[in-house]
Design a protein around this ligand. Structure first.
Ligand SMILES: CC(C)(COP(=O)(O)OP(=O)(O)OC[C@H]1O[C@@H](n2cnc3c(N)ncnc32)[C@H](O)[C@@H]1OP(=O)(O)O)[C@@H](O)C(=O)NCCC(=O)NCCS
Length: 350
């Protein structure tokens, strides 16, 4: 079999032996998203959301196949390549300043989050790489921020930057971008998935002061810049449990829908109220809201070491689609390094 665990998240075709051979047919094919791969076998999620588990011993041939054409891909959600999903994530977390460099997007939001203060290097910058990187350095110098590029781990552009002397500056192990389909995520709710009753989740149109007090990771960034990123996409909602009670909410979350995708972020429960099922209630409410906004798939970003988050999201079918990390000019870079600048450090949430 030519596929491995690193192919999880790719579109694949797998030919496998039927458990009960039919007259004239001993094998069949399945095409879809590879959602699991281990020594025992692999699992493919088809366009309709069905999961087909194939034991390793029955695999005849398996290989990656190109993504489906865009229009059909949008309907089927997770069948999307890393660059396209990075663009969806970018739309859902809009930076204050977005300046084009060819196809690349140079982003800035006063240092609030790496995502909104780094280059999205998708496509062609329209310049030779050294010139493009020089322009990137100039842009971040102008904004008094360190030059950062958000690169998909293992992608061609990451290698080209490393070859040009850039170095991994943040999250060397990569931030996980996880995806699921709405058809997989929503029916998981029910008696086996947790209580269906409990404290009410309110959906707010804006991140209120109370909501922000739980989010609490904005440090010295002006409030309007933070609000611009959090609430800047046209279709967003802010979930809160216990809004208006003395002491403020006990759980929050944010949902955004762009291009048929629901992005989940800022899911947070105050430390004294964890393990009561509050995060699950927030995620359920955001999924329901996203479905109502027409989303057919969902994504989120989390750290590989965040066991609580990974355990929370796994029952919804979230699997890792790709990873990204941030590169900055190293000492050997062909553009000027900026050793005296601080790394963007206000981004507990990538
Ligand atoms: C992750 C977080 C939101 C979970 O909130 P929570 O309200 O405690 O989660 P829930 O009670 O709804 O738990 C749902 C499931 O998630 C998993 N889970 C939650 N916390 C866990 C932990 N510390 N360790 C292992 N699994 C955990 C469990 O499977 C749990 O189900 P169970 O209690 O029936 O075993 C919370 O720990 C938090 O606010 N962390 C800091 C912010 C953060 O990391 N947010 C996620 C960013 S992507």
């Amino acid at each position: 079999m030519t596929l491995g665990p690193r192919d999880v998240g790719r579109r694949v075709v797998v030919r496998y032996l039927l458990e009960t051979p039919q007259p004239g047919a001993s094998a069949t094919d399945v095409v879809g998203l590879l959602v699991a791969h281990d020594a025992a076998g692999l699992e493919v999620e088809t366009r309709t959301g069905d999961r087909v588990r194939v034991p390793a011993a029955r695999v005849v041939a398996a290989k990656p196949v190109p993504p489906r054409p865009a229009a059909r891909r949008e309907r089927s959600g997770p069948l999307i390549d890393a660059d396209a999903l990075q663009q969806i994530c970018d739309q859902g977390w809009p930076a204050r300043t977005r300046q084009r460099l060819g196809d690349w997007v140079l982003r800035e939001a006063a240092g609030f989050t790496g995502r909104a203060n780094s280059v999205l290097p998708v496509g062609d910058p329209g310049l030779p790489l050294d010139d493009a990187l020089e322009a990137v350095q100039g842009f971040y110098d102008d904004h008094d921020l360190p030059a950062l590029v958000q690169a998909v781990l293992g992608a061609g552009v990451e290698q080209r930057l490393l070859d040009a002397g850039w170095r991994v500056a943040r999250h060397p192990e990569g931030v996980l971008v996880q995806v699921t389909s709405m058809s997989r995520a929503r029916p998981t709710r029910g008696p086996t998935h947790g209580p269906t009753h409990g404290p009410k989740v309110e959906l707010l149109e804006t991140p209120t002061e109370e909501w922000m007090s739980v989010y609490g990771r904005t440090a010295d960034v002006p409030a309007d810049v933070v609000a611009g990123v959090l609430a800047g996409a046209p279709v967003t909602t802010f979930a809160a449990v216990g809004s208006g009670r003395p002491g403020g909410p006990v759980a929050i979350g944010r949902g955004v829908v762009t291009g048929g995708w629901l992005g989940l972020s800022a899911v947070e429960v105050v430390p004294t109220r964890r393990r009561e099922g509050l995060a699950r209630r927030v995620v359920d409410a955001l999924l329901d809201w996203g479905a109502g906004q027409g989303a057919e798939a969902a994504y989120l970003q989390t750290m590989p070491g965040n066991a609580a988050a990974l355990m929370l999201y796994a029952p919804y079918g979230f699997v890792t689609h790709h990873r990204y990390r941030y590169l900055a000019p190293g000492p050997g870079a062909r553009v000027r390094p900026a050793p005296d600048r601080q790394a963007v450090g206000r981004d507990r949430a990538h």
